[in-house]
Write a protein that binds this ligand. Structure first.
Ligand code: NAP
Length: 307
């Protein structure tokens, strides 16, 4: 199937282009970018022109930051194309609901991707937790913003999510592996005095059986990067580390990796299935947790951020 990639920035180049190139299902038939492109692929600077001139391309994958994404997604759906959304699926929940309603009304696929859910050991962790009694779960997601988001001003602007841009990846795993629903009860947000979004956050959650659930997100960690989820249960302690790539139970490596290799090849495999079946996948739980943390969070002003 032919696909167009829109927004040729960091994640498009690092992950989408290689995953599409190695996929048996997809052909990268066009790009839409205001100043970039992919060698050997027809490039457009404007989405509407691409949709008009390439009716053979039925699927559009959007790799833009969250704020401009809604208009692009609506334009693609309006032109009868199936749409894949990078995470987070929009700048607000209302936008996401509107996109889903439009796709449903038009009989089109819309796919809100959560790439971290496709890390090697997430499915194994979900299976292991499915019959355990949860006592506590702690997320520790600490990384260096200068290393992972060089020159990206949008992450500090309204709608950019700040440290929740990576934090939502952790929450996408948590909502996938826990059998029970959780919701935010409290949050502290540390916001640099020259920015609109948090550089660090602590969040606590309600769990229906009273398990203690909390998360710490911090973008100021240099050196070793930490992407850990530790779940204490009645039958042992599960540790998912390296962003879901490694799983241990009581200190011993455990579980089998998911089929295929890599988060983005798995996303494009899933997209192929959704388009073939005419299905929609729009799980907004990670985004609900983040928007609730931003709604409930106590704002703490901290040192200005300079790249
Ligand atoms: P990025 O490199 O800063 O931006 C991606 C592209 O979006 C830009 O190159 C630009 O494309 C387009 N764009 C930016 N602002 C725009 C605007 N106002 N209007 C229209 N187009 C605009 O960002 P990224 O890191 O690739 O992230 C994009 C999305 O992927 C985000 O939602 C992010 O959360 C997600 N993501 C990022 C990573 C990562 O490691 N960076 C990992 C997983 C997911 P053109 O110049 O081509 O027009």
């Amino acid at each position: 199937m032919k696909l167009a990639l829109v927004g040729i920035g960091k994640i498009a180049v690092d992950q989408h282009v290689p995953a599409i190139s190695s996929s048996p299902d997809w052909e990268l038939a066009a790009t839409v970018s205001r100043h970039g492109g992919v060698d050997g692929v027809e490039g457009f600077t404007d989405l509407k022109t691409m949709l008009d001139e390439r009716p053979d391309i039925r699927v559009v994958s959007l790799c833009l930051p969250p704020v401009p994404r809604f208009d692009y997604a609506m334009t693609a759906l309006g032109a009868g194309r199936h749409v894949m959304l990078e995470k987070p699926p929009g700048a607000t929940l209302a936008e996401c609901h509107a996109l889903e309603a439009e796709a449903r009304a038009s009989g089109l696929t819309i796919y809100a991707t959560w790439h971290s859910r496709h890390a090697d050991m997430v499915a194994a962790a979900k299976a292991w937790l499915s019959d355990k009694q949860l006592k506590s779960l702690q997320v520790t997601w600490k990384e260096d913003v200068r290393r992972w988001h060089p020159g990206q001003a949008w992450i500090w602007e309204p709608g950019g999510l700040g440290v929740f841009d990576p934090g939502i990846n952790a929450l996408s795993i948590v909502t996938e592996i826990l059998p029970d629903p959780i919701h935010v009860t409290e949050a502290d947000l540390e916001i640099p005095s020259n920015c609109q979004t948090p550089i660090a956050a602590r969040v606590t959650f309600h769990h229906p059986s009273g398990a203690r659930i909390s998360a710490v997100f911090d973008w100021r960690q240099e050196g070793h990067q930490t992407w850990d989820i530790i779940a204490e249960t009645d039958a042992g302690t599960l540790k998912l580390s390296e962003g879901g790539a490694r799983m241990e139970v009581d200190g011993t490596a455990s579980g089998e990796a998911a089929p295929l290799s890599g988060e983005y090849p798995r996303l494009y495999d899933r997209l192929a299935a959704l388009v073939k079946q005419g299905d929609i996948e729009m799980d907004l739980r990670p985004m609900t947790l983040v928007t609730d943390a931003l709604a409930l969070g106590r704002r703490i002003s901290t040192d200005p951020f300079h790249e």
